[in-house]
Design a protein around this ligand. Sequence first.
Ligand SMILES: Nc1ncnc2c1ncn2[C@@H]1O[C@H](COP(=O)(O)OP(=O)(O)OP(=O)(O)O)[C@@H](O)[C@H]1O
Length: 264
Amino acid sequence: MIRITGLYKEYPNGVQALCDVNLEIGNGEFVVLLGPSGAGKSTLLRCINGLVRPTAGQVEVNGVQVGAENGSNLRKLRRQIGMIFQQFNLVKRLRVLDNVLCGRLAYTPLWSSCFRFFSRRDVELAKSCLERVGLIDKAYQRADQLSGGQQQRVGIARALVQQPAVLLADEPLASLDPRSSRTVMETLREINCQDHITVIVSLHDVDLAMEFARRVVGIREGSVIMDKPVSQVTRKDLEYVYDGMATEPSINSGTYGRTEYAHA
Ligand SMILES: Nc1ncnc2c1ncn2[C@@H]1O[C@H](COP(=O)(O)OP(=O)(O)OP(=O)(O)O)[C@@H](O)[C@H]1O
């Protein structure tokens, strides 16, 4: 369970990126964050994994308060949360398998991680994660020899090898073509359904969001302005999230239709 209470983030330049965000996300949910550019989606994800320290409020992940960690809590938290980044964040000159093994660092004693020494069990686990994302045949290639879509799947394997309870993905499709985008979303859905890992993804592609999310959270100007099961999200709700045209989210404004929204 992720519990976010009264979360505010003001950056040093005075930008108020989050404003009183309150959310509860249960284990095994598949949540998509939607909202215009600059709405605060990345900041929210980064507050959940502790990369950004909120100005006020708190985030709790499975009982561990983010930001209040002592050494052992921090490791626990790092293991529980896997992160997938827009730009993949792979070490390009390393082999694919070594990149995936980086996901085991929170489980590895410092001395062995310095020498990139991993146990046979870790290597087998990393290989099984590469198999899950369909890239076992690329294990010994350098990461920069892979396509963008393949690199993002390596990023997913690296997060998976952590055996996390929660997977956060910040605009994971931003640099991908439509086909690779769909493959990445299918991989995330499979992980969510089969492993019961909670998935929270920020997306700009509304159609993919509506196809893959089970819950949609709309954010604008740092505030949560819509939070619904995907089956209840309407075209008007989406207009409200993106440009505030409708006065309030409604469930009586016609169900979401791909063609209808695309031509709105
Ligand atoms: N490190 C930072 N320092 C100062 N301001 C920041 C920083 N990071 C983000 N912001 C600002 O905070 C606001 C929210 O940014 P954020 O990246 O969270 O939005 P977003 O919804 O993820 O946007 P996008 O969809 O374009 O990635 C924006 O106004 C942004 O310019």
